[in-house]
Design a protein around this ligand. Structure first.
Ligand SMILES: [Zn+2]
Length: 425
């Protein structure tokens, strides 16, 4: 195993121990940036890579707690200051020779999932399970970050054999599709000719790789807060305005939005917390919900219907509702030349099995924003999947067999770089 691969596995396991939710990845980012510093690789952080106007679903209290935790865990205050409170970093490797600008993206965030302690679960067995109860890298983004960091290291070491420029994006908050939009709106990709993103797992087994040619649903995530008026439920129910009933009614109506003839849609009211106590007309209700659509248009149709329902419920139940868009992703823009190039790179990697292009699974991935942005100025962008054995993403027993599967992604990125930024490329 090469030193790069050994370091990559080590990084993945270190990050796995310290999972951080979207917009709170300060320890993760420090791990990345302190290594970039050590190698001498320049990088940008803070508002240089995050356009704060487009930030969604970032909770200031959670950010503060995360900063405190990071400081206690040895992250220097000077580094926290450099982040300006926003996670996300972009390493920039300039070979000094003319050539294309190529960007690779990885995401850094974890999930509110309690990790399995079962001895058959590799992180538990090998002693690198989450040290933060209730949080876990249950989607493999620890692996993604480890791959990105190791690719940056390799490119830096081999920059004399390459031309052009590289940008490695360490993106915050992919879960809830929150981080990509503000990052791409920073303009960091506006000079990018080639772009590649990737994800581990999905429908693929160890060693299987494939280029995605569709299947990302556009999605909009809403947090909705209903506010009514308390009253005694026994002697004065007529004086109250019931936020719980309003939210419950909205839930049923939202689930009943008519489906669109032009494409698949999804809707989910996933969380509803309401009320203060048994005999109090409920003053408050908080809902987390999302819609998805096969095209941007049918997703927008779903999202607009949610807004209409909320307006109607406000009136019907005499409550007020604050509706916030906390996440948004789009569909996958296809750039056939980039997809071909990516498959060409894959063919140079030994010991992997290239699967037919894939557009199944109704997931969403906010990398779609980066791809859209790159394509909008004539750049070329593509996305690939690399398999692992897993029992399902976002589960307590999700695992990725890092030693077997992360080298696959590392090699594909490296081969892609050699292909498009080779000295005679
Ligand atoms: Zn994921």
């Amino acid at each position: 195993m090469s030193q790069y691969i050994q370091d990559m596995i080590q990084t993945r396991r270190t990050l796995h121990r310290r999972p951080e939710e979207g917009w709170t990845e300060f320890e993760t980012m420090w791990h990345v940036c302190s290594h970039l510093d050590q190698w001498g690789i320049p990088y940008l952080t803070g508002t240089k890579v995050i356009n704060t106007e487009f930030v969604m679903g970032r909770d200031e209290t959670l950010v503060k707690d995360a900063i405190d935790r990071a400081l206690k865990h040895g992250v220097p205050q000077t580094f926290i200051d450099k982040t300006e409170g926003y996670t996300g970093a972009v390493a920039i490797i300039d070979t000094g020779r003319p050539g294309p600008t190529t960007a690779f993206r990885c995401d850094m965030d974890a999930l509110p999932v309690r990790e399995s302690q079962d001895p058959s679960h590799e992180p538990a067995k090998l002693g690198f399970a989450s040290e933060r109860p209730g949080f876990m890298h249950a989607c493999g983004h620890d692996g993604h970050t480890a791959v990105g960091l190791t690719v940056a290291h390799w490119l830096w070491d081999h920059k004399d054999e390459l031309c052009g420029k590289f940008k490695i994006l360490f993106q915050p908050a992919e879960e809830g599709v929150r981080g990509a939009r503000p990052m791409s709106e920073s303009g960091i990709l506006d000079d990018v000719d080639w772009f590649v993103g990737s994800h581990v797992g999905g429908a693929f087994k160890s060693g299987e790789v494939c280029v995605q040619d569709g299947g990302f649903l556009a999605s909009t995530k809403f947090d909705i807060t209903f506010t009514g008026l308390e009253a005694h439920a026994g002697n004065a129910p007529h004086l109250g305005h019931n936020a719980l009933v309003a939210a419950a009614c909205a839930t049923m109506m939202i689930q009943g939005i008519p489906r669109h003839g032009d494409g698949d849609t999804r809707v989910s009211v996933g969380k509803l917390v309401a009320g203060e106590g048994r005999n109090i007309i409920a003053r408050s209700a908080v809902m987390q919900m999302e819609v998805r659509g096969q095209t941007q248009e049918v997703n927008d149709f779903m999202a607009e219907n949610v807004e209409h329902i909320i307006e109607g419920v406000e009136k019907a139940y005499q409550v007020t509702a604050d509706i916030k868009r906390v996440g948004e992703s789009s569909t996958l823009v296809l750039c056939p030349p980039a997809m071909d190039k990516l498959e060409e790179a894959m063919r140079n990697v030994k010991g992997i099995k290239m699967m037919p292009r894939y557009h199944g699974a109704a997931g969403s991935e906010d990398c779609s924003w980066h791809i859209r942005r790159v394509a909008s100025h004539g750049g070329q962008a593509a996305f690939f999947l690399y398999g692992c054995e897993h029992k399902g993403h976002h589960r307590p027993d999700f695992d990725i067999q890092d030693e077997k599967n992360l080298p696959t992604a590392f090699n594909i990125f490296v081969e892609f770089a050699k292909l498009v930024n080779g000295q005679n490329g």
